[in-house]
Design a protein around this ligand. Structure first.
Ligand code: HEM
Length: 128
């Protein structure tokens, strides 16, 4: 009888983000920074911030190879109700980078994550 091949999931990026506790801390700080940023505050002040943080934890967990799956509407639907142009997208990424820096997440890990987020601009930017 042949052994089943064991293919270990690569969760190295998830580990570099500090696993679940690391992601929860990251998103708490990220949301605080989004609300403090005059460019981002108008987008986030009236939404269910706790829910958005939880969804972001699940999304980053999944993207980093952790044991999660983001459930919910796709990125296009989620953002359709907001006017998001390229500069707003870039501003959000800038705030995210500051939050990742503040958590001491290694630059290489930040870049691996940003590389997965970048293509989402096609679904999220909806204003020329
Ligand atoms: C790569 C970039 C982005 C990612 C990965 C991302 C991801 C997400 C996720 C996972 C949610 C929660 C969805 C849910 O409730 O099921 C969310 C919500 C939201 N995002 Fe983004 N987002 C990005 C960029 C942006 C940008 C650029 C803006 C505005 C400038 C923005 C504004 C919002 C707002 C306002 C909500 C709350 C929507 C609501 O509850 O009605 N996002 N985003």
């Amino acid at each position: 009888q042949s052994a089943k091949p064991v293919i270990p999931a690569d969760d190295s990026l998830y580990q570099q983000f500090g696993g679940q506790p690391g992601l929860v801390k990251l998103m708490d700080d990220f949301m605080t920074r989004l609300l403090a940023d005059p460019r981002m505050n108008p987008f986030f002040k009236d939404v269910n911030q706790q829910h958005v943080k939880e969804q972001l934890v699940a999304q980053f967990c999944e993207l980093s190879g952790g044991p999660c799956k983001l459930k919910g509407p796709d990125m296009k639907k989620v953002h359709a109700g907001f006017d998001i142009d390229r500069s707003a997208f870039n501003a959000l990424v800038e705030v995210l980078q500051q939050a990742m820096d503040a958590q001491g997440i290694p630059f290489s890990a930040q870049n691996r994550m940003l590389a997965q987020l970048a293509p989402m601009h096609r679904d999220i930017i909806n204003v020329p």
